[in-house]
Write a protein that binds this ligand. Structure first.
Ligand code: ADE
Ligand code: ZN
Length: 319
């Protein structure tokens, strides 16, 4: 099995329907109406209704331990697919709404990461992610909290949510603060919006990676700039196709990005929502084994883990 590393997966977006049901039952909470269709998959129609479904599955979470269970179970599943490293996007918005203290939530996630490491050898790390449509003040407060209560597994800062709201520049102070305090930075861009969204992110934010960024393929100058900077795109083809950004794998720009010299990694984004897995992303990428191995190496190099952890992981990718 090719060793795999994932830089783009969202914590609550990784919850399979069976785990959502178990968490709801364990917490004595109802499952939100209309969350699942008759075939036991998440129901959504387009990007915004997907974000709505994502919010709804969060309602099954209640205790710090639930968050630890979600990350543990994801790491267990992808370890079985050959993953050796996962950097998970974790938003403090949900625990905050539940009245769970930040440090308690991070400790629960770290416990899940430690348990998965002991059992499967997989290494997990956390990127704190703000939600773009909730605005820059919330992002700023999040970074201040992350810095005030550091944890060795919290290695980076990112931004998801609705790309059509606000400008990346609005978030520049929050990103600058994270960057100046040693956190790696990434931002979703060029997913539902075009190349201008990626230009705005790389010009305004201290990012070394872009979440998705696939629509950069529409602008040759941007491709050149990304290749020149060595900016890494966290590409999630299954997610893009499920969301209708591209009709099928043949029209997905993954191969064109690689041909243009842009560094890419493979991720699953919100796997059960998009009926994909990290293993399926590697299997269905249409790339040879040497290229897939090189993609894992790129992911480790572009990860926000410390240098010693990266060295250990890179050794595990040798053929
Ligand atoms: N949050 C979870 N998945 C997302 C995606 N694909 N784009 C933006 N925000 C997200
Ligand atoms: Zn994402």
């Amino acid at each position: 099995m090719i060793p795999k590393a994932e830089l783009h997966c969202h914590l609550e977006g990784s919850i399979p329907p069976a785990l959502a049901r178990a968490l709801a039952a364990g917490n004595d909470l109802p499952l939100p109406d209309g969350l699942f269709g008759p075939d036991d998959t998440y129901v959504w129609r387009d990007f915004l209704s997907f974000l709505g479904a994502y919010d709804r599955v969060c309602s099954v979470l209640k205790k710090p331990r639930d968050f630890g269970e979600v990350i543990y179970s994801y790491l267990a599943r992808v370890a079985a697919q050959g993953a050796i490293y996962v950097e998970m996007f974790c938003s403090p918005e949900r625990p905050k709404a539940l009245g769970i203290a930040y440090a308690e939530w991070v400790a629960a996630l770290a416990d899940g990461i430690d348990r998965a490491h002991r059992k499967f050898g997989i290494v997990g790390r956390i990127n704190i992610i703000c939600i773009r449509h909730l605005g820059p003040e919330r992002a700023q407060a999040m970074v201040e909290r992350m810095i005030a209560e550091p944890h060795p597994y919290v290695v980076g800062f990112g931004m998801g949510g609705d790309e059509s709201k606000f400008d990346p520049a609005d978030f520049a102070p929050a990103y600058r603060l994270a960057h100046d305090n040693g956190y790696g930075c990434t931002a979703h861009a060029g997913e539902v919006r075009g190349p201008e969204s990626v230009w705005a992110a790389i010009r305004a934010l201290p990012v070394t990676r872009i979440g998705h960024g696939v629509r950069s393929a529409e602008d040759p100058r941007l491709l050149e700039e990304l290749a020149r900077r060595g900016t890494v795109l966290e590409v999630c083809p299954g997610s893009n196709i499920a969301l209708g950004i591209y009709p099928d794998r043949a029209s997905h720009p993954l191969h064109r990005l690689i041909a243009a010299g842009v560094r890419v990694t493979l991720g699953s984004d919100d796997p059960p929502f998009f009926r994909t897995t990290l293993g399926a992303e590697y299997d269905d990428a249409g790339l040879d084994r040497a290229t897939l191995r090189a993609i894992t190496r790129t992911a480790i190099e572009a990860s926000f883990a410390d240098a010693a952890t990266k060295q250990d992981l890179l050794k595990r990718v040798q053929p």
